[in-house]
Design a protein around this ligand. Structure first.
Ligand code: HDD
Length: 726
């Protein structure tokens, strides 16, 4: 189908849609299990059981790699107590050389990441759409391993930087491994894989001085994207709060490209994959994200690990946008263009199953570091399209795993399928499987033709027989030519505060750039084309001139709105939200425990922050356990704060740390509540406003205060507070 030439394809505006409703609660799909524990019934996944064969618990006696018991692991063998070390010391050499070889190359992109095991279960069989194994039986759990990542930073970089997040899912199906290697944004910077090395060279630290780490806010990135207008739509996502998620569990995921689903009759349909988090989509604010990078560079990794350890299993529904082949040209965009979405309001996302992350890896290196994803790992029932970005990825991922993990990467425990592997590929560095017999070729008669092809088997992979016909050309289809309509659609779909954050993010990045031509080119050739009010807002914060903006005539006169793109929503619950309760000696223990119980009943996390660690003495003379000493606690590590104070409340209010804590939480739009002695502490912080509707709760009895505070946590942040951070 997609061989059809459609260079002059008409671009259709979106149908009008209602504006985002600020207070609309996050809605999981109707009738679907929304809350924790579904469908996971406990125990290890089939993949974890598979890993068990290679898992080792340390024994009692220390040995060499050859199994010799070691008598002394603390002193090398030397000629005399003060003499030179002897070459003969095989134990020393083995230990040191193994250490010297401990690292494998970090991923060229997505080097920083965190992973988890889990299961996927389809709600009802999708046999009409696809033969793919995970979608055939609603009673079946397919084990998965998921790795989330940032893109630009190196392995040790901070989690909360402004960046795209990788969202890669490996399904261990009974018909082989399927990798859905996506991101938390539904589009990409470029339309053709041939530009990927340039994009990455531009965003990575600059080559002469390896600065800056994990940031797009530098000249080379903005130089490249300002000369690459196809990046305009993705830039809007990158400058939005989507690029600074609150946690992995509050991110959407997207397969980005249009793929194909093929059913048993061989009928194919186009599909776009979505992951919808049951916790809703929530983000940090930029100033908070930057500071968190210093206070806790492992913020997202820790959040994921801790949530799984305490049984708060992150969950996403898998969503499909299915497009009939005959409707390929119906949606006003080329579905092969990875810089475009099909708005959910135009093709609804059908929620078809649930993924639950249930277990942390037992060993970071063996699992999260060695896991090797490849877009080309598909199972029967899933196939590709001619998206030129996808086509290039099909080459790159295998190549990178061969380089990074070696020729037998597929044999490593985390990567191997749950089925036996039978073929005539042999040998290579680190080969584990011991293939018996004399035959390593096909066709053969000496092994009775085995392993043999399966031309008749329904579960064998056959590429979809798409008809293609064309001249060999290096051209971009004219149908990929509209770079700005969907960037404008994104802008139009945002609430006022989201637009403000986007304008502030563009301004921050451009103010970091030093080259005035680059800065001005972004204004003239990119922002001016997206939306005049965006260009104006950025101009006001950067001093860049609006005079040279060269708006292209819009290809789509009215781009419409897509409310699904906005994050202006309330959370369904406050599971996993972290609250600091600021206390001091003399605190009323009874009050504190009611606060703890109420919030913990809602599965929020409560930390008691006091001037010292260990315990403090409560008002009743009994010890009160402290979670964290104030100097080790920063407001950026919490979603909300309750100020309780204590007998020493006035002293506490005088402490610079307490005042800073409260003011910073206020600036970042977080819920703040105070009661009794805590009100005095709050007063000492001199907040600009104490308005309940803006999430600052004072003057209430305990119960009412807690009700309002929980509701405020559901609202997540109050970006509408009258404070401008930048
Ligand atoms: Fe990629 C890693 C996602 C375009 C080449 N990519 C990588 C990972 C994710 C993505 C999530 C990390 C996997 C993991 O956790 O190990 N990449 C994407 C998405 C893209 C995309 C959603 C656009 C839609 N990538 C892309 C292109 C190319 C690559 C166009 C090359 C032509 N990507 C790679 C790679 C990596 C990779 C070099 C680095 C490490 C790895 O593969 O395993 O092959």
């Amino acid at each position: 189908m997609s061989d059809t030439r459609f260079d002059d394809m008409p671009v259709r505006p979106l149908p009008p849609t209602p504006s985002p409703t600020p207070d609309a609660p996050f809605q999981p799909a109707a009738g679907k299990p929304a809350m924790p524990g579904v469908p996971f019934v406990g125990g290890d996944t089939a993949k974890q059981r598979d890993l068990a064969a290679d898992t080792h618990e340390a024994g009692v006696a220390l040995t060499t790699n050859q199994g010799l018991k070691v008598s002394d692991d603390q002193n090398s063998l030397r000629a005399g107590p003060r003499g030179p070390t002897l070459m003969e010391d095989f134990h020393l050499r083995e230990k040191i050389t193994h250490f010297d070889h401990e690292r494998i190359p970090e991923r060229v992109v997505h080097a920083r990441g965190a992973g988890a095991h889990g299961v996927f279960q389809v709600y009802e069989p999708l046999t009409d759409l696809t033969t793919a194994a995970p979608f055939q039986d609603s009673a079946k759990e397919t084990p998965v391993f998921v790795r989330f990542s940032t893109v630009a930073g190196s392995r040790g970089s901070a989690d909360t930087v402004r960046d795209v997040r990788g969202f890669a899912v490996k399904f261990y199906t009974e018909e082989g491994v399927w990798d859905l290697v996506g991101n938390n944004m539904p589009v990409f910077f470029i339309q053709d894989a041939i530009k990927f090395p340039d994009l990455i060279h531009a965003v990575k630290p600059e080559p002469h001085n390896e600065i800056p780490q994990a940031q797009s806010a530098h000249d080379t990135f903005w130089d490249f994207v300002s000369l690459t207008p196809e990046s305009a739509h993705m830039l809007m996502w990158l400058m939005s709060d989507r690029a600074i998620p609150r946690s992995y569990a509050t991110m959407e995921g997207f397969g980005v490209h249009t793929f194909r689903l093929v059913n048993a009759e061989g009928r194919a349909r186009f599909v776009k994959f979505h992951w919808k988090p049951l916790k809703g989509v929530f983000s940090l604010v930029w100033d908070e994200a930057q500071k968190t990078a210093g206070k806790d560079p492992d913020f997202h990794r820790r959040d994921l690990f801790d949530a799984i350890e305490r049984g708060d299993f992150p969950q996403w529904e898998l969503g499909l946008q299915v497009i009939e082949e005959e409707d390929e040209f119906e949606y006003g965009v080329d579905i092969l263009d990875p810089t475009k979405i099909i708005p959910e309001e135009v093709v609804p996302v059908r929620r078809v199953g649930l993924m639950t992350l249930t277990a942390n890896p037992g060993n970071f290196f063996a699992e999260t570091e060695q896991v090797a994803f490849h877009v080309g790992h598909v199972v029967p029932g899933i196939d590709f399209t001619n998206d030129p970005l996808l086509q290039g990825r099909l080459f790159s991922y295998l190549d990178t795993q061969l380089r990074r993990v070696g020729p037998n990467f597929a044999e490593l425990p985390i990567n191997r399928p749950l089925q036996p592997v039978d073929n005539n590929q042999r040998d290579g560095m680190g080969r584990r499987q011991i293939d018996k017999g004399r035959v390593a070729y096909f066709p053969n008669s000496l092994a009775h033709g085995c392993p043999m092809q399966s031309p008749e088997a329904a579960d064998a992979f056959r590429s979809y027989a798409e008809k293609v016909d064309g001249a060999k050309v290096r051209v971009r289809s004219a149908s990929f030519g509209d770079h700005f309509s969907q960037a404008a659609l994104f802008w139009n779909s945002m609430s006022t505060w989201e637009q403000d954050h986007i304008a502030a993010a563009f301004s921050f990045e451009l103010n970091q750039c030093t080259d005035s031509l680059v800065r001005q080119r972004v204004m003239d050739d990119i922002l001016g084309n997206i939306a005049p009010d965006l260009a104006q807002a950025v101009s006001a914060r950067t001093g860049l001139s609006l005079a040279g903006a060269k708006p292209h005539p819009p290809s789509v006169p009215d781009v419409g709105r897509s409310p699904a793109l906005s994050q202006d929503r309330r959370a369904e619950d406050i599971r996993g939200r972290k609250v600091a309760v600021l206390v001091d000696a003399g605190v009323e223990a009874e009050q504190l425990s009611i606060i703890q119980e109420t919030l913990m009943d809602e599965e929020a996390i409560v930390e008691v922050v006091a001037p010292v660690a260990g315990t403090i003495t409560g008002g009743d003379g009994n010890p009160v356990p402290v979670t964290r000493a104030a100097p080790n606690a920063a407001s950026v590590l919490y979603d909300g704060v309750i100020v309780l104070g204590g007998g020493l409340a006035s002293a506490m209010g005088e402490m610079g740390h307490t005042r800073h804590f409260i003011n910073e939480a206020f600036l970042h739009g977080k819920p703040i509540a105070a009661i009794d002695a805590g009100e005095g502490v709050l007063a000492a912080a001199h907040l600009p406003t104490l308005v309940k509707e803006q999430g600052v709760i004072t003057g209430e009895a305990l119960e009412e205060m807690l009700t309002l505070f929980v509701e405020a946590l559901r609202r997540h942040r109050f970006p509408q507070r009258d404070v401008r951070l930048v």
